[in-house]
Structures are given as C-alpha cells and as structure tokens.
Design a protein around this ligand. Structure first.
Ligand code: TXA
Ligand code: MG
Length: 342
C-alpha cells in the first residue's frame, strides 16, 4: 500500500476511507493524529498495529460537537460543560465516564472512561463531519518516537501502513493536548498541554496536577505515561536555564561524533560552535520552542552521525510545563552537567 497525501480539497476522499474502516492521519493544532472510525472495532485495532502501540493504552476520541460526546459519555458534569464552552475547539482533552457499551474495549483499553477532544482544526472538523462518526486518534508516530508535527513526519513513520494523510502543513502548538480527567471527584491533569492548570482553574476552580511518576509494573491514570516517549535515537541532554552555553560548546567539541544543538536563535547567534555541532533553532520563546521541539528531535534521527543532542530548557510554567514534560521524557531525565567540562 502506498500512503496517499490528501490535499485540503480531497477531504471527501479521506472521509470515504474512514467510512470504509481504513486509517487516515489528520492534522490538529497540536500534532497529527492517526485516525480511524471510533465505532469500527477492526479499524481501531489496526491503529494499534500501525503504531506498534501497547493495547492497554487508550485512544482519544475526536469529535466535532458536544452532541457527539453525549452519544458516548454516561453524563457530562456541569464543570465539564463549562470547560468545553471555554476551550473547545482547542487543546483540552476531557476524560468522562463512558456510557456502558457505547464504545469498544479497544478504544478505551478496557477502562470505564473515555477521553474526548474537539480539535481546533477546520479540515479535521470537516473530516469528522463528512465521515459522520467520531475519529480515534493517537499521535500519528511510531510508538515511542516524538509526535509528528507535519504530514512528512507521519509519512516517514507510517508510509505503507495507512491509506492516507490529510495535509494541512505544520501544526501550530506542537505539543499534545492537555489531558484532564473529569471522571473523579477533583479533576486532575494527567498530561500538561497548552491549556494550563491556571486556564482551567479560571473556569472551574481548584484542580489537581498529577506529579506521580509511575513504575513499569504500575497502572498509571493515563496508561500512556508508563511507556518510553518522544525518544530520538541519540541521547538527549537538557541544558538548564542559566547554563553557560560556551561550556556546552566546549563539551561538544570534545566529542568524537556529531552533536545536535537545539536552542533559541539568540543563543545560537552569539555562540561559536565547533564543526561537529549541528544546529537547530528553537526560534524565540517557549511558544516557538514547543512548536519546533519534535521537528528538531525527529530531524536528528535522520542524521546517523548525531549521537547526542543538547536542548535548551524553559521555565516549567504555563506552556513551559508541557514543553519541559516532553523534553524530560525524551531525555529520560538526563541533564547536561557543566562540572563535566574541563
Ligand atoms: O493533542 C493530542 O492529544 C493528540 C492529537 C492527535 O489529538 N493526540 C494524542 O493522543 O496525543 P495519544 O494517544 O498519543 O495520547 C493520549 C494520552 C495517552 O497518554 C493515553 O494514555 C491518555 O491520553 N488517555 C486516553 N484515554 C484515557 C482514559 N480514558 N483515561 C486515562 N488516560 C487516557
Ligand atoms: Mg502519543
């Protein structure tokens, strides 16, 4: 199978493929998703197969209306309705109790809850509308790799495994949606994203943030959290705020291989880097950095001589919390240590 790139005037064709039970990747404002008809069990199973995703990791159901959520959720609490009104379409995924038997176990990983998301991307909302069904969508990457922020990233990982990709250019936000569990008494953020704790508390009052790190054999609240994530082939090192980048450059120069250097433009411009450094600009500020992070990490996977990557840290507040959450996972928590540089 050769994976087709659908242009924005071919949404009808993409929707027909979804209706036939085939897989079509779709754009959102965060990252590209791997789409299938959420009500078609074999199609949903194929999503796990194409990604190489563990079957206990549930999928987000993408909708284009609150009415669509009502078909599958046991109930929508008043606070959830407020958040939907405030942030949909947008980067907030809301977990609710499922209406018994409304969606297959394959979608929910056997949980009694289901995650709903109303993405801020018109072509994808049209795709859902034309297909007439909610569309499941994990990030459209091979499991374990950074999420795709362009149709080309999806093609790289999934060419030959899926029918097509609806191409809407690079995504705007770049890190996946905030996942908020509203199936419990106090809502809790399971994954930070562009919609922040503060944003949510501004609408419904105090909520929790899940800080708990789960071990391999524990069942975390968001099952996806226990798996290796966002990891390029090269080891990533986090460069803390306030680090002297001249020391980073010195350590890079001492390596017998190429090193990827991901930092803001202002840092790259004032830095003299050795020949074996491969620069990637994170632009200016945490919004640019979030939009570019996965593109940078993925790009180094195609450069086999790059065996380490140093990446600029940002303050972990607001969007920075989501950026640092993803960067920490891609680095496995490893930091650049200036004391190592002689
Ligand atoms: O921005 C996004 O959310 C993207 C775009 C494509 O919409 N999607 C995405 O999906 O990131 P995925 O599957 O890569 O991440 C979904 C996360 C996983 O960590 C999963 O375990 C968690 O949400 N999740 C899904 N359903 C859940 C549920 N019922 N209870 C707890 N966690 C859930
Ligand atoms: Mg993912």
């Amino acid at each position: 199978m050769n994976t087709k790139i659908y242009q924005l005037n071919q949404i009808d064709e993409a929707a027909a493929a979804i209706q036939r039970g085939e897989l079509v990747a779709f754009p959102t404002e965060t990252v590209y998703g791997l789409g299938a008809d959420a009500t078609n069990e074999p199609a949903v199973k194929n999503v796990y197969l194409a990604k190489g995703r563990p079957s206990d990791n549930p999928l987000i159901v993408h909708v284009n209306s609150v009415a669509m959520v009502e078909k599958y959720a046991a109930e929508i609490p008043a606070n959830a309705r407020k958040l939907m009104a405030a942030f949909w379409p947008g980067s907030l995924t809301i977990i609710l109790k499922i209406k018994k038997g409304a969606l297959s176990k394959t979608v929910t990983g056997g949980l009694s809850t289901v995650a709903f998301r109303f993405p801020d991307n018109q072509p994808t909302l049209d795709l859902i509308g034309k297909a007439g069904v909610p569309i499941v969508g994990p990030s459209a990457n091979t499991s374990g790799k950074p999420s795709p922020t362009t149709a080309q990233h999806v093609y790289h990982d999934l060419n030959g495994k899926i029918t097509g990709i609806l191409d809407d250019g690079p995504t705007r936000v770049g890190v996946e949606s905030t996942v908020l569990d509203m199936s419990t008494a106090t809502p809790v953020i399971l994954r930070p994203g562009a919609v922040t704790k503060q944003d949510i508390e501004g609408v419904i009052g105090s909520i929790d943030l899940n800080h708990h790190q789960v071990g391999k054999n524990e069942t975390p609240k968001a099952p996806g959290m226990k798996y290796k994530h966002y990891a390029p082939s090269a080891q990533v090192y986090i460069v803390n705020e306030g680090t002297d980048w001249a020391k980073v450059a010195k350590l890079v120069a001492q390596q017998p291989f190429d090193v990827g250097v991901m930092a803001e433009e202002r840092i790259l411009q004032q830095l003299t880097l050795p020949m074996n450094a491969v620069q990637f600009s994170l632009g200016t500020g945490v919004e640019d950095a979030s939009a570019r992070l996965f593109d940078g990490l993925r790009g180094f996977d195609d450069q086999p001589n790059v065996k380490a990557i140093v990446t600029e840290a940002f303050t972990a507040k607001n969007l920075g919390r989501a950026y640092m959450n993803r960067l920490n996972k891609s680095a496995g928590g490893v930091h650049f240590d200036p004391a190592q540089v002689k």
